[in-house]
Design a binder for this molecule. Structure first.
Ligand SMILES: [Zn+2]
Length: 313
């Protein structure tokens, strides 16, 4: 169900079904978390958004534009919304987000309305909201929190704004006080933006040390700079989205010397995947974590327990 008028004109081509066998993949994924003794996975970085917005995102990846660094990016789970949700259930992802984000003013409020409705009709979805530096942001962020938003998403590269923008200050303050985590794409991968990198985030955290930022993609490619920040700020967390995969290691490798620091921060690293917009099977993200060889305790914490604790699940 989708009540946005633009959502009805999707063509079959938009949802060109992949030949990828999700049933076989699901069995392997269930063996992965079952073998760790977990009740399932919690994924803090999955994308669900209004159909017309998602189709624009897919078109962007199809065009192999600057955001992808010109790299081919075939989307593995190019399905209708209901099917994408069912795939997560098949994989045993017991909680997930609906990451969505505006690229211009006047859009966040509409996205938040859609996301509230999506969360209400979608078991397992952590009610997600977003924000943008614009007049009124404090009000709609407050409304979203009061309506039950559990997590926010901010995209510094796509939004092309400074996260330390004065307009965002009251919103960050409100989210810090409410203890609501914010997944923030602020690293300069796969392509840098005017305000990406650790410095603007350091300025935000200097003002709001209690703000629960979750640095998406482990801060790729500024992995070590964001580890520095995490070591200084006990509420800063990192999500694994796309990190350590063959795809990312090919052009933004995680430095092996930083692995002990990643191990030490094991209680603040959270599984994220970027499902459905990934150019490889979901299972590969899990195998990429497993092959780091940081141990079963680290995997249990990252793939489930850290997020369960953060969101009270
Ligand atoms: Zn993402």
């Amino acid at each position: 169900m989708n009540d946005h008028p633009d959502a009805t004109d999707a063509t079959d081509e938009t949802y060109a079904s992949s030949t990828h066998d999700v049933t076989a993949e699901a069995a392997a994924i269930r063996r992965f978390w079952g073998g760790l003794g977990l009740p399932g996975l919690i994924d803090v970085h999955t994308h669900f958004m209004p159909e017309r917005v998602l189709r624009k995102v897919w078109a962007y990846f199809d065009a192999q534009g600057s955001l992808t660094g010109g790299t081919a990016w075939p989307i593995t789970y190019r399905h209708q919304e209901e099917e994408r949700r069912a795939v997560l259930e098949l994989f045993g992802v017991r909680a997930f987000t609906a990451m969505l984000y505006p690229h211009k003013p006047g859009m966040a409020c509409w996205l938040n309305g859609w996301a509230a409705e999506f969360a209400a009709r979608t078991p397992g979805c952590l009610h997600t909201a977003t924000l943008y530096p614009e007049p009124g942001v404090e009000e709609y962020v407050r409304e979203a929190v009061e309506a039950g938003a559990r997590v926010f998403k901010a995209h510094v590269q796509v939004g092309a704004y400074d996260p330390a923008d004065e307009l965002l200050r009251p919103a960050w303050g409100l989210l810090a006080e409410a203890g609501v985590p914010v997944v923030i794409h602020c690293g300069s991968g796969p392509a840098p933006g005017k305000h990406t990198g650790p410095d603007p985030i350091a300025r935000v955290l200097a003002r709001h040390p209690g703000l629960r930022l979750i640095v998406a993609h482990l801060g790729m490619p500024e992995y070590e700079e964001f580890l520095d920040l995490a070591e200084r700020h006990p509420e800063l967390r990192l999500d694994t989205t796309m990190a350590f995969t063959d795809f990312s290691e090919g052009f933004m490798p995680f430095p092996a010397r930083a692995l002990p620091r990643l191990a030490a921060l094991g209680d603040r690293v959270l599984l994220g995947s970027d499902f459905p917009n990934i150019p490889y099977p979901y299972l590969h993200q899990l195998q990429a974590l497993e092959r780091l060889d940081l141990g079963a305790d680290w995997l249990r914490a990252v793939c489930h327990d850290n997020a369960a604790r953060l969101f009270g699940l």
